[in-house]
Design a protein around this ligand. Structure first.
Ligand code: NAD
Ligand code: UDP
Length: 338
């Protein structure tokens, strides 16, 4: 029987130097594809991309997606992951967050249109805001405060989805939208400010473990390898789903229970302390993933009880390495083009 060789695609990953993006780049490179990572390094790190330079098919462009974009090489796929994702990071320059998600997504959609490339938008469970429907299904239109401090991200991502479906209706591009729920794993920044990285780093360094509010709010945590598999399945689905697709792990935890779990897993002198709940903090969040199961045959495989120890081990090595760090030996500038 004649075996057909899987075709090598040229794939742009905007936001590829970030936590999720760097895992995605690595998986695509492992599959033999050509990967162009486009990133401004706003929240991404050179540690995430330097190992990718070992792949001859990897190229890095340092650029802001909100600025005019052009890529000379013919693109087959465009993943848009470019946006700060942690509340402290996206609130640090809210106007830029909005422009990243609106102008940046428009620039990337137009790039995909010019190249005839498939486009995948990394949207978010934040489009549901502080949800009144639980668990959240894709047909729920959300409950978002458009004047609050999370709006730059939530409304920016909602506007980005609107742009995506305007391109679909006008038949300008083949677009897929993933609504990503809280994802964790190796390569989150220690200073990222999100719950999993904060709890682990605080416990490892003996700092107070900060639970916001009374910790009864819930989140559902997806391990990064599961998310990357879901993103790739959605991008490669033969027919684009007509609607967004939730990607997340439906295992739901109260935040105070997560804090206790980390506290019990890491030998630590840290105590758990309670701080004010941030404005508009969603009370409950859990994905309904029936659509992903049906359309993509995808569901998460890694339970928190398996993913958390792997994440803790990575942070333990990383935080220790940072403490003993004496200077950079390699610079991302040696990799950057454009
Ligand atoms: P991250 O902050 O680690 O990565 C984002 C990357 O985008 C970084 O490398 C950053 O430098 C880059 N970036 C930001 N603004 C940019 C700009 N204007 N131009 C070019 N590059 C820019 O975040 P992440 O957790 O890896 O999230 C990746 C994507 O997934 C984001 O779009 C985020 O909204 C979405 N998402 C993530 C989660 C999660 O739990 N991790 C949940 C929902 C949605
Ligand atoms: N949170 C917390 N302590 C922290 C960081 C976050 O209690 O040090 C809470 C936060 O208020 C929210 C939940 O954990 O209720 C998840 O926060 P994260 O920033 O990880 O994600 P998001 O709010 O975007 O879901």
């Amino acid at each position: 029987m004649i075996q057909t060789k899987p075709s090598v695609l040229t794939i742009l990953v905007a936001g590829g130097a970030g936590f999720v993006g760097s895992h995605l780049c690595e998986h695509l490179l492992e599959q033999g594809h050509r990967v162009i990572c486009l990133d401004s390094f706003l929240t991404g790190t050179q540690d995430n991309v330097l190992p990718l330079a070992a792949y001859p098919n990897f190229r890095l462009i340092q650029q802001d997606v909100a600025d005019p974009l052009d890529i000379s090489e013919r693109l087959d796929r465009v993943y848009n992951l470019a946006s700060p994702a942690s509340p402290p990071h996206y609130q640090a320059d809210p106007v830029h967050t909005m422009m990243t998600n609106v102008q940046g997504t428009l620039n990337l959609l137009m790039l995909a249109e010019r190249h005839g490339a498939r486009f995948l938008q990394a949207s978010t469970s934040e489009v549901y805001g502080d949800p009144e429907m639980h668990p959240q299904r894709e047909d729920y239109v959300g409950h978002v405060n458009c004047t609050g401090s999370r709006a730059c991200y939530d409304e920016g991502k909602r506007a980005a989805e609107a742009l995506c479906y305007d391109f679909v209706r006008a038949k300008r591009a083949d677009v897929r939208v993933a609504r990503i729920f809280n994802t964790y794993g190796p390569r989150m920044r220690p200073d990222d400010g999100r719950i999993v990285s904060n709890m682990i780093v605080q416990a490892l360094t003996g700092q107070p473990m900060t639970v916001y509010g009374d910790g009864s709010q819930t989140r559902s945590f997806c391990f990064v390898s599961d998310l990357v598999a879901g993103l790739m399945a959605l991008m490669e689905a033969r027919i684009a789903p007509a609607t967004p697709v939730n990607l997340g792990n439906p295992e739901e935890f109260e935040i105070r229970d997560l804090a206790m779990l980390v506290h019990d897993t890491i030998p630590t002198t840290s105590t758990i302390v309670y701080r004010d709940l941030p404005e508009d903090d969603p009370k409950r969040r859990r994905p309904d993933i029936s659509r992903a199961r049906e359309l993509l045959g995808w569901q998460p495989k890694v339970k928190l009880s398996e993913g958390l120890p792997q994440t803790i081990a990575w942070f333990a090595a990383h935080v220790k390495a940072q403490a003993t760090h004496t200077g950079e030996t390699a610079s991302v500038q040696t990799l950057v083009q454009g």
